[in-house]
Write a protein that binds this ligand. Structure first.
Ligand code: PLP
Length: 355
């Protein structure tokens, strides 16, 4: 889905980086917390900072246990490996990260079918789940897992209402499927909805949160579930080479992020709204109103391809990403101020004008 900009010689440095909230750099205070971390051998369960992070995340998410992993992709892959057997089918939205952005990992590693459900803004309802259920016959693939994304990434940073999450989870459980939440940006949903994290995740057997998106840490994600599930997930962590050593230095950054970088996500959402309002005034651009920190826009009058707009912006020091044939994404985060947003609006305004 992410498409590279054409290589161009002599581009100036990026001044305003709206490519992704993964582009944040750890702050001085976060680095100080990392330096002070107590560490041990994580692979043997002996890293006290990793253990503190996992205990805190399990409590926060209302699950029995949690495991620290290097990336969100590994959380999704290990969750699918642990919940399913080869030949099973996993239900998720057709735009899910699992489908679009994990290198075909679910089929390569777990040997599962991914069944992409449809619905607006990366969401689907309980009826869509019911319609997708297959008879439990020998010829139908056994359906064992349903996965949702909160917030939805490629579909626009939308927030599933808690009632919709509950209804979908109840339908899946009623049909004997386990439920999984890709909570890469779960805290964006928590802040935007003003609903406690527990309300978002209560219907989901497993859930993970990424620390490298809006939370601003350099590395790490935490997957939570029952103790039995996390025990089995540990086997896959070991097999895949995700068992680490003095990982407490990274877990310390995640703990720092939990203390300092959740409530401030509201600033990213306000900046995204500011950006969207600015871009909505640019002739020839249509903007999807953002629910959180992801702003999607497209060129409505075909004056030039969206790649051309992105390239013109890049020449002026602004980096955005391309996520479709006529779809660009600008993402606000910890390293972006309201002034940067205003700059970005004027760069894109000029870029749309220039002949
Ligand atoms: C970023 C992202 C992932 C993958 O996380 P990484 O830490 O980059 O591996 C998975 N799901 C969603 C919705 C994401 O946005």
């Amino acid at each position: 889905m992410y498409m590279p900009l054409p290589a161009q010689p002599g581009l100036p440095p990026v001044r305003i980086d709206l490519y992704s909230d993964t582009h944040t750099r750890p702050t001085a205070a976060m680095r100080t917390a990392m330096l002070a971390a107590e560490v041990g051998d994580e692979q043997y369960g002996d890293d006290p900072t990793v253990n503190a992070l996992c205990d805190r995340m399990a409590a926060l998410l209302g699950k029995e246990a949690a495991v620290f992993l290097p990336s969100g992709t590994m959380c999704n892959q290990i969750a699918v490996l642990t919940h399913t057997r080869p030949g099973d089918e996993v239900l998720c939205h057709e735009t899910a990260h699992l489908v679009t952005s994990e290198g075909g990992g679910a089929s390569a590693l777990s040997g599962v079918n991914l069944l992409g459900l449809r619905g607006a803004e990366g969401q689907f309802d309980a009826d869509a789940v019911t319609e997708a259920l297959r008879p439990r016959t020998r010829n139908a693939p056994p359906q064992s897992l349903l996965s949702v994304e909160q917030t939805t990434n490629i579909a626009g940073g939308a927030v599933w209402p808690v009632a919709a999450l509950d209804a979908v989870a109840a339908t899946a459980h009623g049909a004997g499927l386990a439920t999984h939440m890709d909570g890469a940006r779960l805290f964006n949903a928590v802040v935007a909805s003003n609903q406690p994290v527990g309300a978002h995740v209560r219907g989901y057997d497993t859930v993970w949160v990424d620390f490298t998106k809006g939370l601003g840490a350099p590395l790490g994600a935490v997957l939570a579930g029952t103790s039995t599930f996390i025990g089995a997930a540990w086997r896959w962590k070991q097999r895949l080479g995700g068992a680490m050593r003095q990982a407490g230095m990274c877990a310390a950054a995640c703990l720092y992020a939990l203390d300092h970088n959740i409530a401030r996500l509201a600033e990213d959402h306000a900046n995204a709204a500011r950006l969207a309002a600015g871009l909505a005034r640019v002739p020839g651009l249509a903007v999807q109103p953002p629910a959180t920190n992801l702003v999607f826009f497209e060129i409505t009058d075909g004056r030039f391809p969206i790649e051309e707009l992105a390239l013109r912006a890049r020449r002026a020091g602004l980096l955005v990403s391309l996520l479709g044939r006529n779809r660009a994404r600008a993402c606000t985060h910890l390293d972006i101020t309201a002034a940067d947003v205003d700059d970005a609006v004027s760069i894109l305004t000029d870029a749309m004008k220039a002949g």
